[in-house]
Write a protein that binds this ligand. Structure first.
Ligand code: SAH
Ligand code: SF4
Length: 382
């Protein structure tokens, strides 16, 4: 049986090389060819012994995902729809900014959490992606972009696990994929620039802290359990107090000294000023010292089945002001890339597009707001 080498982190590849009767260090060469140079064919890997290349040719492949479509926005945002078989497709979005290039990656086909405001959640769960399928999104995007932009050096500086699916419900496939992203022989990304976003799988937050601490974003969306139970059904299993305790424990291991709370602004549902005030109290009650979190207010990307509406811009700003006045760093995402958003709607008719991810990611760019107290300091990154 042939194996897909994209499924392995460096340690896994070393074990694989040993099984072929090769020295472990050969894995480093192979890993660099695949991830740093984007090579697929073993023939190209000129500094590997011919005997090893022959062995590889009969036992292994570098298997990319098939691109179903690609849309490039006027502002440079690119989204790809990848075929993962069985009629399922996942989306990956590249968002260029002046000082960084961010790739938004999917972890599952569909999602079992079923959040009310999320189109992926509405479509249900299909399956977990393999490590190779998670890594293939980065492998393809990075090497496509280098060619497309005529660049030799790295294009993608940040990864956010904010595509389709709940990454912490696909933990065993996620962790080796993160290791490939971080590895100096792989993509060499900083732990601070790889973000796992979760709806709050508490035990897995604790495991991630030990196995592979990267930046953490938590999808909060509500200041109390009654409302959060309704919006994020996983809250019934892991209520807010347990989730915030897990966040605090995570901070002891995290590469950054804060957790980002994502908060999708839903008109008349969770966007009242009383909700913002409740959030302030919640955060203060759980602070073990100083400000330990940031809020990222996300404009809701509506879809008919949700029955929900986006908050007005004015309301988002008023809401942000309550948090800012309490000294909490707060960002608001700005929409962009409307031209490919339109194309996304057309796409959904052709394939089983369960995502809605591109439309929500591609249209959004982060702008910084700062608490009055810290206006003098440089804007923190998302
Ligand atoms: N499952 C993980 C990561 C994927 S969702 C999580 O929930 O965190 C990534 C982010 O997109 C989450 O913060 C989620 O709340 C947000 N999101 C989902 N549907 C959205 C929509 N329709 N409009 C705006 N943001 C949405
Ligand atoms: Fe799943 Fe995240 Fe969507 Fe909730 S918001 S259904 S956890 S992908």
């Amino acid at each position: 049986m042939t194996v897909n080498l994209l499924d392995y982190d460096l340690e896994g590849l070393a074990v694989f090389c040993e099984r072929l009767g090769e020295k472990r260090y050969r894995a480093i060469q192979l890993f660099r060819w695949i991830h740093q140079k984007g090579a697929r064919q073993f023939d190209e890997m000129s500094d590997l012994a011919k005997s090893l290349r022959e062995k590889l040719a009969t036992t292994a492949v570098v298997k990319p995902l098939e691109v179903l479509s690609q849309h490039i926005s006027e502002d440079g945002t690119i989204k790809w729809l990848f075929d993962v078989g069985g009629g399922d497709a996942v989306e990956t979005v590249f968002i260029p900014e002046d000082d960084r290039g961010t790739l938004c990656i999917s972890s599952q086909a569909g999602c079992a959490v079923g959040c009310r405001f999320c189109s992926t959640g509405h479509q249900g769960f299909s399956r977990n992606l393999t490590t190779g399928e998670i890594v293939a999104q980065l492998w393809f995007a990075e090497h496509f972009l280098r060619q497309h932009l005529g660049r030799q050096e790295r294009v993608i500086s940040n990864v956010v696990m904010m595509g389709m699916g709940e990454p912490l419900q696909n933990y065993s496939e996620l962790v080796p994929a993160l290791k490939v992203m971080l590895d100096d022989h792989g993509y060499g990304l900083s732990r601070r620039r790889v973000t796992v976003s979760t709806s709050g799988v508490v035990p897995m937050i604790d495991r991630l802290a030990l196995d592979c601490p990267v930046a953490l974003a938590v999808s909060l969306h509500a200041p109390d359990d009654a409302l959060r139970d309704n919006l994020v059904p996983l809250n019934r299993k892991y209520p807010i107090a347990e989730l915030l305790d897990a966040c605090n424990r995570y901070l002891g291991h995290a590469p950054r000294d804060f957790i980002t709370f994502e908060y999708c602004m839903l008109d008349g549902v969770n966007d009242q000023l009383a909700h913002a005030q409740q959030l302030v109290e919640l955060v203060k009650a759980h602070a073990t010292g100083g400000v330990w979190c940031k809020f990222n207010l996300i404009p809701f990307n509506p879809f008919p089945a949700s029955g929900l509406h986006k908050s007005s811009k004015e309301q988002v700003l008023k809401f942000a002001k309550v948090l800012l006045d309490a000294g909490i760093v707060t960002t608001v995402r700005k929409t962009r890339g409307d031209d490919i958003d339109a194309a996304c709607g057309q796409l959904a008719g052709d394939v089983k597009d369960r995502t809605g991810v591109a439309s929500r990611m591609a249209r959004q760019r982060t702008i910084m707001l700062q608490p009055v107290a810290s206006l003098a300091s440089p804007p923190a990154e998302l």
